[in-house]
Ligand binder design. Structure first.
Ligand SMILES: [Zn+2]
Length: 245
């Protein structure tokens, strides 16, 4: 496939930089976007990063994103956002969840949007729907500029809520990106070839005797998130240890 991907909003700290809660929308949307692009590339898809870092305001950011998107002939435009408004900073044990916004229910974004929402929901997020929803977790919104003004079928993913402790605890940019990529392509990135060889016990590099070869899966601002990832790894049969840097 040929796919445009962009993170919503200007970078954190600039005008029109998105929602801020327990985590920061602009920052996390860029992390997820980079990982989505990288995984799509690894799977052999043609991708374009249409993120805008220098908009003068909300309208200008949107106009610049749309012209970047429309500069390429693609099968799909993907906009990565995080939602806000849950106001559950303490955590009530329930996520507020994921939604995928599409322009119309009559093109491929309905199917792909449903697959993306379901893949994110499989991580533990609630599917958000309303009366416009053709599928659980998918909403139709013909007014959003990045859906309305882009030439290719477009979807805007509100990954989860920045101001819901439950959403944030579950969140990790890699698993979010993997879910999105699976939703779009039906494919998952396999582990790196070197890891496979190492698991088979084969020497892959003579290396430097004094070097330290780290295998790291995540870095978190909140200890509870690190602990959740350690649990996940241990459940999957890996040894895991938390170090503070
Ligand atoms: Zn946003």
């Amino acid at each position: 496939m040929r796919i445009n991907v962009h993170a919503g909003h200007n970078p954190a700290g600039k005008a029109a930089c998105g929602a801020v809660g327990i985590i920061n929308e602009s920052t996390e949307a860029r992390r997820v976007k980079d990982e989505v692009l990288s995984q799509l590339r690894q799977l052999g898809h043609t991708v374009y990063d249409c993120t805008v870092d220098n908009g003068t305001g909300q309208k200008d950011v949107l106009n610049k994103i749309v012209s970047k998107c429309n500069a390429h002939a693609v099968d799909l435009d993907v906009s990565i956002h995080f939602n806000a408004g849950a106001k559950d900073e303490k955590g009530n044990g329930k996520t507020t969840g994921v939604e995928v916004l599409i322009y119309r229910a009559s093109d491929i974004t309905r199917t792909i949007g449903k697959r993306v929402a379901d893949a994110v929901a499989a991580l533990g997020y609630r599917l958000r729907s309303d009366k416009t929803s053709p599928e659980p977790g998918v909403k139709v919104n013909p007014r959003l500029a990045v859906l309305k003004n882009t030439k290719a079928p477009a979807m805007l993913i509100e990954c989860c809520f920045v101001d819901d402790r439950d959403d944030v605890q579950l969140y990790d940019y890699r698993s979010m990106a993997s879910a999105i990529v699976f939703g779009i392509t039906g494919q998952r990135v396999q582990s790196a070839p070197e890891t496979d060889r190492a698991e088979e016990g084969e020497e892959t590099s003579t290396g430097d005797k004094n070097a330290l070869y780290r295998v790291q899966v995540g870095a978190y601002g909140m200890k509870s998130n690190a602990e959740a990832m350690r649990k996940k790894l241990q459940k999957a049969g890996f040894d895991a240890l938390i170090v503070q840097a």
